[in-house]
Design a binder for this molecule. Structure first.
Ligand SMILES: Nc1ncnc2c1ncn2[C@@H]1O[C@H](COP(=O)(O)OP(=O)(O)OP(=O)(O)O)[C@@H](O)[C@H]1O
Ligand SMILES: [Mg+2]
Length: 363
């Protein structure tokens, strides 16, 4: 449905280039929700604006539903309003002096006369789209009298009213409070799955990306670090950056002693065999806190040490257990947690390996 290839966009910062999008290539399938995840300034908005036609890339191609919208080499650059895409921008921009109904109807009313639906068709379409975001009862209200979450849903309705083949969403939930964000996240997922709309969803929130996306790309400094299904990226990050960005991780330095065994500062760990590292290679063992259990330290990958920190989070307890010079983060249940100062056994139940060469930064 969407194919982005070899896309580049640099900005000029007093003579020095800022490579906001640096050779980015990916495809999004029909009906897929594809997330672009990365820290502030990594180029997410710039990439989305290139797809929308609001930014002119320096190189590369963008094809939507078989139609080339941007090709620097072929000199194609379809203007934004002729791309027919739905866009919800980072500040979702609800205009004053317009009712909810008029806001949602706007993209249809400004179509050139020959493509514009009749007034009754517009009414039917707007009622349908407001209904799908649960704003139909508020259609008569001035749009600026809506709550933050309602304005956000209205911005989505306005982007959907044209039935775009592709919907581009830039941090659509970022300005909402946590509770509303959670609620709307599920609502958005339902809407997207019901309508089957293909989406590119930009966020810096890993929970949002992991829970919403069919596939996601983690971006760092204008480039895609890793691309794949949420579970694959979470369980098998290929770089330290991805391991750390997608939730908490224990990153333990070590040296491979044999296929399946890594020596670390606190002892030898069993790791899944079949990794690419050879004996003698420096590696980083990645273990998620929820894959560490508090149990008898005599089992494989079992260590023992005192609890240094126990932080209650409502649905669990985050512990830090000191093993030699290492500090192991553990995600425990409130029932299973141990008191600060007590000695506990920790067992690292599931690990993956990164080459240390990909780990230039110290934690
Ligand atoms: N118009 C511009 N002129 C110069 N530099 C720009 C411009 N727009 C963006 N940049 C720079 O390009 C880089 C990428 O910016 P971008 O807005 O795409 O990041 P982002 O990932 O969307 O960040 P955020 O999560 O904060 O929204 C940043 O270094 C930014 O300062
Ligand atoms: Mg942005």
């Amino acid at each position: 449905m969407l194919a982005v290839s070899s896309l580049r966009k640099a900005f000029d910062d007093r003579g020095a280039p800022v490579r906001a999008v640096d050779d980015v290539t990916f495809d999004v399938a029909e009906g897929e929700l594809f997330a672009l995840l990365g820290p502030s300034g990594c180029g997410k908005t710039t990439l989305l604006r290139c797809i929308a036609g609001l930014e002119r890339p320096d190189a590369g191609e963008i094809v939507v539903a078989g139609r080339t919208l941007t090709s620097r080499s072929a000199g194609i650059d379809v203007p934004p309003h002729e791309r027919g895409l739905g866009v919800v921008s980072q500040s979702y921009g609800i205009w004053p002096h317009m009712t909810v109904f008029d806001t949602a109807a706007f993209p249809l009313r400004v179509l050139p006369r020959r493509r514009r639906p009749s007034a009754s068709q517009i009414r039917a379409r707007v009622e349908q789209v407001l209904d799908s975001v649960q704003l139909a009862p508020l259609a008569h209200r001035p749009a600026t009298d809506l709550s933050g979450g309602q304005q956000q849903r209205l911005a989505i309705a306005r982007a959907l009213v044209n039935e775009p083949p592709l919907l581009l969403l830039d941090e659509p939930l970022a300005s909402l409070d946590t509770r509303l964000r959670d609620e709307l996240r599920f609502e958005l997922l339902r809407l997207q799955r019901d309508l089957g709309t293909t989406c590119v969803y930009v966020t810096h929130d890993q929970t949002e990306a992991l829970s919403l996306a069919n596939r996601l790309a983690v971006m760092n400094d204008g480039r895609i670090e890793q691309l794949g299904e949420p579970r694959t990226l979470y369980d098998h990050p290929t770089s330290r950056f991805v391991a750390e960005f997608l939730g908490a991780a224990n990153l333990i330095d070590g040296v491979v002693v044999s296929s399946g065994h890594v020596r670390t500062a606190a002892g030898v760990l069993e790791v899944p065999a079949g990794h690419a590292a050879a004996p003698g290679d420096a590696v980083v063992v990645v273990v998620r806190p929820e894959h560490v259990t508090l149990e008898d330290a005599t089992a494989a990958n079992g260590w023992i040490g005192p609890v240094e920190v126990a932080a209650y989070t409502g649905d669990g307890v985050d512990l830090v257990v000191r093993v030699g010079d290492l500090r192991i983060r553990v995600r425990s249940t409130p029932q299973g947690a141990a008191a600060v100062g007590s000695k506990v056994g920790v067992r690292l139940r599931s690990c993956s390996l990164l080459p240390a060469a990909e780990a230039p930064r110290d934690v």
